[in-house]
Design a protein around this ligand. Structure first.
Ligand SMILES: O=C(O)[C@@H](CO)OP(=O)(O)O
Ligand SMILES: [Mg+2]
Length: 428
């Protein structure tokens, strides 16, 4: 029988570090023809309650954050099961791992173990086909570069300042190409730094590379952003708009939204009013997780009030899970979904969730985690799926810049064939 060059012959995992210095899983897959693929999984801090389980040891290793068990699962159980599979049969491979795990939340093998193998296999298959990952995953249609959502002010659990909301992002949607949008974001990031320095505010950065100053209010953060956009020579709302990820589950306490920085405690209705005022006053085009992951009633209120005006992204509430997204459809919650591969744990399931979102015209935003690495899978994935938007931090810190640099390469490689998203233009 002829040898199949795509047959998996070896699967190994090892511990590597993420951008917070925590251990994470890297897997490497080798094929019979000599091609290899490697992938590292990221790790969140403001994780959703219903995410697939990231297996951690809990022992003395790395302060209880070790991944020894996840690595042993890859090298043992998973390797035994998937060796011999054709790496191009991604769906079969992922299904085999899901069956092997046999839990609803991937708690036996660990989503970190499974995703590392899932992504490393896709890379190995792409290498065997001598195709860039973008083209292998997305075919000839993979030409749409995403608008970056650049997180330039960090708060919440990603920083040690007093801002309750986690992310204040620039959306340079007026640019004609990814390269230009990145450049505009970079110029605004620099203007913001100068503005903070002029006001004697801190320019130290949070987990995603955004500045983490102590400010009096969210309003003040938004004013600083608008000021920076203008100082950099751009028109707020036309060239560059603002997106927020309050990650509000983190400040939802006993049924109330507790804004410590502003010394206010709000009901669901008051929280929605608070957002509506911000949307009236500032060029905000998108808000992610405005309400807490289990506050479905609050989410309905929010979507009813603002869903016609802005993009409303579900992250913690959907956790890239098709069942939760279906509930979102039924209850008229959100109009967009954040896509994080490690929330669900395999490439196949992530693609299924994205397809489901599209079937109901929910937009999709590919996202990094706050704990990242040099792995740039999500950059290729964003183009391959034509998602149109990517959230991957400030243009500082190598773990974030690596994704932007990969998108620059992809755009250059596509040349004249590259397209750039225009969802804001179409929506307004
Ligand atoms: O809330 C989020 O969207 C993410 C990424 O920005 O944060 P984390 O990875 O900590 O969950
Ligand atoms: Mg989020």
């Amino acid at each position: 029988m002829a040898r199949n060059d795509n047959e998996i012959t070896q699967v190994v995992a090892r511990m590597v570090l993420d951008s917070r210095g925590n251990p994470t899983v890297e897997a490497e897959v080798a094929l019979a023809g000599g091609a290899r693929g490697r992938a590292i999984v990221p790790s969140g801090a403001s994780t959703g309650k219903f995410e697939a389980v990231e297996l951690r040891d809990g022992g003395p290793d790395f302060g209880g954050k070790g991944v020894t068990k996840a690595i042993a699962n890859v090298n043992g159980t998973i390797a035994n099961a998937v060796i011999g599979y054709d790496a191009r049969q991604q769906r079969l491979l992922d299904r085999a791992m899901i069956a092997l795990d046999d839990t609803p939340d991937k708690s036996r093998l660990g989503a970190n173990a499974m995703l590392a193998v899932s992504l490393a296999t896709a890379r190995a298959a792409a290498n065997a086909a001598r195709l860039p990952l973008t083209a292998y995953l997305g075919g000839v249609d993979a030409t749409l570069l995403p608008i970056p959502m650049m997180n330039v002010i960090n708060g919440g659990v990603h920083a040690s300042n007093n801002l309750d909301m986690q992310e204040f992002m620039l959306v340079p949607h007026g640019a004609v190409s990814f390269r230009e949008s990145l450049q505009w974001g970079v110029q605004t990031y620099a203007a913001l730094k100068a503005e903070l320095q002029a006001k004697s505010l801190s320019t130290t950065v949070g987990d995603e590379g955004g500045f983490a100053p102590n400010l009096h209010s969210h309003q003040e953060a938004l004013e600083l952003l608008v000021g920076a956009i203008e100082k950099a020579g751009f028109r707020p709302g036309i060239d560059i708009s603002i997106a927020l990820d309050p990650a509000s589950t983190e400040f939802f306490i006993d049924g109330r939204y507790v804004l410590k920085g502003e010394d206010r405690t709000l009901t669901q209705e008051e929280m929605v009013d608070y957002y509506a005022q911000l949307v009236d006053a500032f060029p905000i085009v998108s808000i992610e997780d405005p309400m807490a992951e289990e506050d479905w009633a609050g989410w309905r209120l929010f979507t009813e009030r603002l869903g016609g005006r802005i993009q409303v992204i579900g992250d913690d509430i959907f956790v890239t899970n098709p069942r939760l997204l279906e509930r979102g459809f039924k209850e008229s919650v959100a109009n967009s979904i954040l896509i994080k591969l490690n929330q669900i744990g395999t490439l196949t399931e992530t693609l299924e969730t994205m397809e489901l979102a599209r079937s109901r015209a929910y937009t999709t935003v590919i996202s990094h985690r706050s704990g990242e690495t040099e792995d740039t899978f999500i950059a290729d994935f964003a183009v391959a799926t034509g998602a149109g938007q990517i959230k991957t931090g400030a243009p500082a810190r190598s773990d974030r810049v690596a994704k932007y640099n990969q998108l620059l390469r992809i755009e250059a490689m596509l040349g004249e064939g590259a397209r750039f998203n225009d969802w804001v233009k179409r929506a307004t």
